[in-house]
Design a protein around this ligand. Structure first.
Ligand code: COA
Length: 332
């Protein structure tokens, strides 16, 4: 592997709302059971934001923790990339709201939308900006208030999703997690598999759309499942091929937390022992783009990785979109 100083995650943070929605709460809302949700998905509970908590406020909280860890002040941030499929508004961007909340007055601010793969897309952009010396200090924030778009009468989706935010500071050089490679991809021909129909100019909100529940997320879970493993596997393989790291050298898998069975399938394909697959799905469910940075922040807080150990991140989501990244832990 090349020895040049790399774009590196130097600080991590997560924010989870306090309110817990358990499987037994859901049993009282839709025709489902704790047993079905645990065995089919691996989820026991998820967090739900308060009415006065938004993607912007949760994202700012996660970012503050990440900046503290990176020992960087808001004034030093050059760019804020927010990944969210549940932004506060279509305009202004959630990134601009967070810029103001943090008082990061020097930073440019941009939202990107790649559904659950958003954080990997954000990392890819941050790495390119660092490598090309455009910026020095970048915040990549993934934040989702999924509960605002979930139909709590639809058992195919309401059992899966939760709210939360994760953030990373990306700089040149460590200590932290060097970003060796990021692979991202998309297949728009399958865009219909995960859609919020009345969320843009194609179907402007009206009395009719509200009556039909078109402002809620619709998902063909079975079809999504089929694509997820294949696409994440290919993206992960690209990371290994481009870096020259072998499957046997992988220390940890930190996957998108959408379904425990998808995570198991990926760990088997790469022969990563189950105890080396970092999991938060049981307690937070699927927080869309936030799952990977939340898991990475909690993993980091446990100081589980050793110097030079390799981590594989993988994610998949609406679009369809997918991504993978190979990171290497670098101690001071
Ligand atoms: N509780 C109880 N039963 C349920 C249920 C629920 N919440 N949801 C579906 N079922 C039932 C179905 O009606 C069906 O019953 P039937 O056999 O009598 O028709 C049965 O369980 C199996 O349904 P199916 O849709 O085949 O379940 P599944 O094993 O595919 O699991 C998902 C459904 C959504 C959990 C799963 O497909 C999944 O996780 N997909 C990927 C989703 C994903 O990753 N999305 C996000 C990308 S970011």
């Amino acid at each position: 592997m090349d020895k040049k100083i790399k774009a590196t995650i130097t600080g991590l943070g997560a924010y989870l709302p306090e309110r817990i929605l358990t499987n037994s709460d859901l049993e009282a809302m839709v025709e489902t059971s704790n047993e079905w949700i645990v065995t089919r998905c691996g989820i026991e509970e998820r967090r739900i934001a308060r009415a006065d908590e938004f993607s912007s406020t949760m994202g700012a909280r996660a970012a503050q923790t990440a900046m503290q860890q990176a020992k960087i002040t808001a004034n030093e941030i050059d760019a804020i990339i927010v990944c969210s499929m549940t932004p506060d508004y279509l305009c202004p961007s959630t990134a601009a709201l967070i810029q103001n909340e943090l008082q990061a007055t020097r930073a440019c601010a941009i939202d990107i939308q790649a559904a659950c793969s958003g954080f990997l897309y954000g990392l890819s952009i941050a790495k390119a900006w660092i490598d090309s010396t455009v910026f020095k200090n970048i915040l990549v924030i993934a934040t989702e208030k999924n509960s605002a778009y979930i139909d709590y009468k639809d058992r195919g989706t309401c059992i899966l999703f939760g709210d939360g935010a994760g953030a990373a500071v990306v700089q040149k050089g460590g200590p932290g997690y060097a970003i060796d490679y990021v692979s991202i991809g998309a297949d728009g021909s399958e865009a219909n598999l995960i859609v919020i129909p009345a969320s843009g100019c194609r179907m402007p909100a009206s009395e009719e759309t509200v009556k039909n529940g078109d402002h809620f997320l619709k998902m063909n879970g079975k079809e999504v499942f089929k694509h997820a493993v294949r696409r994440m596997e290919a993206a992960a393989k690209e990371c290994l091929d481009k870096t020259g790291i072998s499957q046997e050298e992988l220390g940890w898998l930190i996957p998108h937390q959408a379904n425990l069975r998808i995570m198991e399938a990926i760990s088997k394909r790469f022969q990563i022992p189950w105890e080396r697959v970092y999991r938060t799905i049981h307690k937070y469910g699927n927080t869309s783009s936030s799952t990977v940075p939340i898991a990475l922040a909690e993993f980091d807080a446990e100081k589980a990785a050793k110097h030079n150990e390799h981590l594989l991140l993988v994610a998949f989501g609406g679009g369809l979109t997918w991504g993978a990244s190979l990171l290497t832990k670098v101690d001071a």
